[in-house]
Design a protein around this ligand. Structure first.
Ligand SMILES: Cc1ncc(C[n+]2csc(CCOP(=O)(O)OP(=O)(O)O)c2C)c(N)n1
Length: 255
């Protein structure tokens, strides 16, 4: 089938120019690759290829800088929003975003996350919530669900011992500094289209100086969850969505 009979909005496999030919290290079925593609597409569509600066985390996305051909800065674990703050304040004309997992953003980096968002820094945070520490072998994260088994809670998360799942995106939506807070996913075409729109709105509003934005992507970690990619998507739908409800939690952008 030739490209010219496919409507542009349905052409999902076209590779963005910013995504290079490096072989990604992500596991088959992992959500990171799709989100990398969306971030690349949005930057290209905004014409910000030479002005985008990503801050990569410690976690599975630690090598994000290898795959998307823009400027990157690597942050110590959890410190990406503080680093992004500095970069954006020095270069206000740049599109500055962080790309972080739930362990990075909602555990070791909770303080940096909350305070950057509360200050209303004109940065965007892309938050990959797979309810687990993927890179280090599937330990419990703040976002791990009640009853979910991980390497460090093999009998399931028990709130009496481990506390409750942290809904940091909801907290973000209650902060005065945020202008756009959204929760999306990338397991179906319609979900991918919505996620891309949210990323675009986040990036656009930070360039317009409207404040901080956060887009959570409810994600799978089939290796950490020990499920096939298809089963992982089913598990995500059945277990993650009731707790991490998708949609826009806050939008004061007027966009
Ligand atoms: C200061 C510090 N503490 C702990 C670690 C070990 N560490 C590396 S990645 C990681 C967890 C990352 O999990 P998450 O942010 O959820 O991202 P994922 O790998 O699931 O994408 C941890 C604890 C580290 N590298 N540095």
């Amino acid at each position: 089938m030739s490209d010219n009979i496919i409507a542009p909005e349905n052409l999902v496999y076209k590779k963005p120019k910013l995504l290079n030919n490096e072989t990604m290290h992500y596991c088959p079925g992992c959500s990171h690759g799709v989100v990398h593609k969306l971030v690349s597409e949005v930057i290209e569509e905004m014409g910000m290829e030479d002005k985008a600066i990503g801050v990569s985390p410690v976690g599975c996305a630690v090598f994000a800088y290898r795959y998307i051909d823009i400027d990157w800065q690597e942050a110590p674990h959890g410190r990406a929003p503080a680093l992004a703050t500095g970069i954006k304040r020095v270069w206000p004309d740049r599109l500055v975003f962080t790309y972080q997992g739930d362990g990075d953003l909602a555990c070791i980096g909770t303080a940096e996350t909350i305070h950057a968002l509360n200050r209303g820094e004109n940065i965007s945070i892309i938050f990959i919530n797979n309810a687990i520490y993927g890179m280090t072998g599937g330990q419990m994260a703040p976002t791990t669900l009640i009853g979910q088994k991980t390497a460090t809670c093999p009998y399931g998360r028990d709130p009496k011992i481990h506390g409750y799942p942290l809904n940091i995106t909801q907290i973000a939506s209650g902060l005065e500094g945020t202008c756009f807070v959204s929760r999306q996913s990338v397991e179906t075409m319609s979900a991918i289209i919505k996620a891309k729109k949210a990323i675009r709105k986040a990036f656009t509003s930070s360039m317009l100086g409207k404040g901080s934005s956060l887009v959570e992507i409810v994600s799978t970690c089939n290796s950490g969850w020990k499920l096939s990619p298809i089963k992982a998507n089913e598990w995500m739908r059945d277990n993650m969505y009731p707790k991490y409800v998708k949609g826009d939690l806050k939008d004061t952008t007027g966009l």
